[in-house]
Design a protein around this ligand. Structure first.
Ligand code: TYM
Length: 333
């Protein structure tokens, strides 16, 4: 039996952060052993927010190298840059004709982002989830490992797939989201009821994978918590959002479970715990940073990996696209 297909992507809008790593990338790395993984740097999605061209180019290469440094193995997985495969955009047009205006209007990410960029409320921001559906459906992905913030986009992809399949005949695999339970949403360190985000204006809110050890520990020391002192996880208690987030991070990074953590820190205060979380995260990122420094200086190697992977991606997606063109009735040449 052929292996299941995993697909996921990340935008090169800034250096990946701890939330990207724990919510998504860490799973991609593990899943490579069991599944056929197709992963990409979503540069087409990135331009829904105005980007500086030179910076976008540099960050695309940086994100690609970081994914490799984190453990994505181009011998096992397909790791490419989205704009290197034009088939996504071609399928997105067809799928946009199978997506309702009302559905897109309900996307919370659209509402959030358009509220933040009133001066640039472009159509791409609105149709973004259609392109995301094309990314997924063009490879007939079975599973999509993402953080909890992408759940609504995944539901839309499923609806579009079902709608197209019903209109013609089974064409697309209906994808399942794969969202890690405890770390599906890593929160901001300064406003723990908001998700950790690359675009946060407060640099202390977010831990970048390339932050130095000192910076990481400093940011955790400053993390917003409450006036309590016990290191105990209290599910669903918003007043404990800060400490709950730090506990989730510590457990995810060290692999320890809650009872082990709670007994390890019994009698200790938030101050000690914050330093321990910072050290654990710095230890996690150190080898990634060393490998990244080696890879980023080797443009020839990175370019050749991008090219081989884009070609593989294109071969798979061309098949799906020609099937779709045939079904909708486009006249073949
Ligand atoms: P992006 O670039 O915002 O984030 C990449 C991945 O990281 C996850 N993530 C988080 N997980 C936990 N806690 C957080 N604070 C956190 N912030 C981000 C995201 O859920 C995501 O899995 N639209 C996507 C990129 C994309 C995509 C796709 C994903 C484009 N096409 C097709 C899957 C399938 C995005 O903007 O991710």
């Amino acid at each position: 039996m052929s292996r299941k297909v995993i697909l996921s992507g990340i935008q090169p809008t800034n250096t990946p952060h701890l939330g990207n790593y724990l919510g998504a990338i860490k799973n991609w790395v593990h899943m490579q052993e069991e599944y056929d993984c197709i992963l990409f740097v979503a540069d087409l999605h990135a331009i829904t927010i105005r980007q500086e061209a030179a910076k976008l180019r540099a960050q695309t290469k940086e994100t690609y190298a970081l994914l490799m440094a984190m453990g994505i193995d181009v011998q096992k997985s397909i790791l490419f840059v989205q704009s290197h495969n034009p088939k996504h955009s071609e399928l997105a047009w067809v799928l946009s004709c199978f997506t309702q205006f009302g559905e897109l209007s309900r996307m919370t990410q659209f509402k959030d982002k358009s509220a933040k960029s009133e001066e640039n409320m472009n159509a791409g921001l609105f149709t973004y989830p259609v392109l995301q559906a094309a990314d997924i459906l063009i490879y007939n992905a079975d599973l999509v490992p993402v953080g909890a913030d992408q759940k609504q986009h995944l539901e839309l992809s499923r609806n579009v797939a079902v709608r197209f399949n019903n209109a013609y005949s089974p064409t697309f695999t209906v994808p399942e989201p794969y969202i890690p339970k405890s770390v599906g949403k890593i929160m901001s360190l300064t406003e723990p009821t908001k998700k950790m985000s690359k675009s946060d204006e407060n640099p202390n809110a977010c831990i970048s994978v390339l932050d130095s050890r000192d910076v990481i520990i400093k940011k955790f020391k400053r993390a917003v918590t409450d006036s309590g002192s016990e290191i105990i996880y209290r599910e669903g208690d918003d007043s404990k959002a800060g400490i709950n987030n730090l506990i989730s991070i510590y457990c995810a990074v060290t692999g320890k479970d809650l009872p082990t953590l709670e007994s390890e820190f019994a009698g200790k205060g938030y101050g000690d715990f914050k330093v321990a979380v910072g050290e654990a995260v710095a230890d996690l990122f150190e080898p990634i940073q060393t490998e990244y420094a080696r890879l980023i200086s080797d443009k020839t190697y990175l370019d050749s990996c991008m090219k081989t992977s884009a070609e593989k991606a294109m071969r798979i997606s061309a098949k799906t696209l020609s099937k779709v063109y045939r079904k909708v009735g486009f006249y073949p040449l």
